[in-house]
Design a protein around this ligand. Sequence first.
Ligand code: HDC
Length: 279
Amino acid sequence: QPEGTDFSYDERDTILYNLGVGAKRTDLPLVYENSESFQVLPTFGVVPTFNAALPFNVADIVPNFSPMMLLHGEQYLEILSHPIPTEADTLSYPKLVEVIDKGNAGIIVIGSTTKDKRTGKDLFYNENTVFVRGSGGFGGQTTGGDRGAATRVYKPPQRKPDAVVEEKTTEEQAAVYRLSGDRNPLHIDPDFSKVGGFKVPILHGLCFFGISGKAVLNTFGMFKNIKVRFVGIVLPGQTIITEMWKEGNIVIFQTRVKETGKLCIAGAGAEILDAGKSK
Ligand code: HDC
């Protein structure tokens, strides 16, 4: 087993993450460590591996790599033990899963298992898809094949959504979310975001992923895994609408920006942990 990257978190990180994805001061289980049901939102599972050392250089894999052209394309998260600890010392082991040439963009998929250092238990498995604009045309491809829920694209049914949850983000949403580990300047520095093609810094994909995940959790209960594709940007301050359909133990969802009507997450789904108990 190669050496993993350490990441430790405690109740302060738990609260900061929850606030970063929109927890309110009245959501005591999310913001108050003395609450009887103090908990970290399940989408926190993306955090421990986020800054883990990669066993390769992105610039060696796709041509013309520029960090300013990088966008988060997709995210898959599997939660491997429940309940999720609100503090832990973890180790993560990232590896290259897939490289795809889209002509004008290069796509890289990184897979990573995170384990609890003290118990040895696997906590999370993540796949991050990085979409690098202007880094295609290299010809070589490495496909990771069908990986079940990680590669699934969910299709919403024809009927109206079974549940819709609306949540307004704050102008400071990205400024808070970045303290959970994604310090990409794209989300805070206007000079950087301009070069990337955005007039103002945009919201982290993982922030609105967390907001949608919270909507699924609050509506249908805890999930085993969750998969999204980021299809449009969100600006801090905009309102996020998560539209959900329950099909057996799967919640299919998509998310749109209220102010523009455009989708920011599409083809998404979550597998409910205990379908028997779920709402
Ligand atoms: O969909 C477009 C877009 O703008 N999406 C929103 C992106 C976004 O806002 N992401 C979140 C913010 S960025 C961020 O948070 C970065 C973060 O700080 C760091 C992340 C790093 C994580 C890693 C940690 C280790 C866009 C631009 C992505 C694509 O739009 P177009 O260029 O118009 O593409 P399109 O013509 O629709 O499709 C071209 C081919 O690409 C595939 N594709 C499209 N969107 C994709 C995608 N693949 C993966 N992910 C996506 N989101 C299409 O299927 C198409 O392929 P094919 O031709 O084979 O059908």
